[in-house]
Design a binder for this molecule. Sequence first.
Ligand SMILES: [Zn+2]
Ligand SMILES: [Zn+2]
Length: 105
Amino acid sequence: MPQEIKQFLERIEKLVNLKKCEDPNYIRVQINENLRKEIYKEQKGKCWLCNCKTKVPTTHHIQPEGESKKENLVMLCPLCHQFVHWILKKYLNYRGTAGRLPFSK
Ligand SMILES: [Zn+2]
Ligand SMILES: [Zn+2]
């Protein structure tokens, strides 16, 4: 299997293989704009999953109910973002949608 596909599958697994947040009242802090830009730069403008140079970067929480800090965030293209949330909703009962779309670079 090509390395690119292997990495894609490993990363998808990381995003959907999660332990649910125990606190139902937990309210997430908004993602700071500078943090979005920092992540965008670090990923060189490429989607974390499909590697495309997306014109519409979005930010995804690795643990959907987790905190808005750097360790819990990745930049995805809108397609991959929708796809991940579709899996989370369909198979893992997460309610959240694919966040704010998109942010300015
Ligand atoms: Zn993508
Ligand atoms: Zn998301």
